[in-house]
Ligand binder design. Structure first.
Ligand code: AMP
Length: 219
């Protein structure tokens, strides 16, 4: 099964995607994580990617499709994956269809996590991530605080705030999200695979509860 996670930054795509990964036993691929690894390890491509990420801008489609496409050819995700953060534009969605159709696959479901901008900004400002890139656990100081202040429950490394989670960059990321998301959401709506979850309607609904409901449905 191929699942794509849509939604503004900070809506919980990574957290919900991570729970779906465990509940459905399907690997999750995060384009953001792929890029952060390049930034750390690859001087040439990494530097180029970092310039966009730092400013809160989208990495150009061509490079995104090349790097995520490469990951999608690996054995552990050839027959199914949860795509978190990719596609982000209708053009990327079309390119994803092309990639999947080579193996006679298609996107089975697009999960769209919807939340008002002010709530997104609030959530992101409270987001912390494990500094250990092999762990990468995500926390929220309100909804999912670590047991020990500033320390990852899972691996004991320190928690950090991502550079692009600072308020000004988040605002830019949100602007870009609104420029590109309508066409992308309509693309999956027209394919009849869109499943929108209005997070703002019930403020107490956690990413875990969203994931639990989805796992039941998708199974
Ligand atoms: P994320 O971890 O999904 O919030 O992504 C962090 C950053 O990586 C984004 O702000 C973009 O700069 C870049 N990025 C991640 N996925 C994509 C994508 N599908 N297309 C373009 N840029 C992306």
């Amino acid at each position: 099964m191929f699942i794509v996670m849509l939604g503004a930054p900070g809506t919980g795509k990574g957290t919900v995607g991570g729970s779906l990964e465990q509940g459905l036993n399907i690997k999750r691929i995060s384009s953001g994580d792929i890029f952060r690894t390049y930034v750390k390890k690859d001087k040439e491509i990494g530097k180029k990617i970092e310039e966009y990420m730092k400013k809160g801008l989208l990495v150009p489609d061509e490079l995104v499709v090349e790097l995520v496409g490469k990951r999608l050819q690996e054995d552990d995700v050839k027959n199914g994956a949860i795509l978190d953060g990719f596609p982000r534009t209708a053009n990327q969605a079309k390119e994803l269809d092309k990639l999947l159709s080579k193996n006679n696959y298609k996107v089975d479901v697009a999960i769209n996590l919807s939340l008002a901008d002010d709530e997104v900004i609030k959530r992101i400002s409270r987001r912390r991530c494990c500094s250990n890139k092999d762990c990468g656990e995500i926390y929220n100081l309100d909804f999912k605080p670590p047991i020990k202040d500033g320390i990852c429950d899972k691996c004991g490394n320190s928690l950090i705030q991502r550079d692009d989670d600072k308020e000004e960059t988040v605002k830019r990321r949100l602007e870009i999200y609104h420029e590109t998301s309508e066409e992308l959401i309509n693309y999956y709506k027209n394919q009849g695979v869109l499943n929108t979850i209005e997070l703002g309607k019930d403020k107490s609904i956690t990413s875990n509860e969203v994931a639990k409901e989805l796992i039941e449905k998708l199974k």
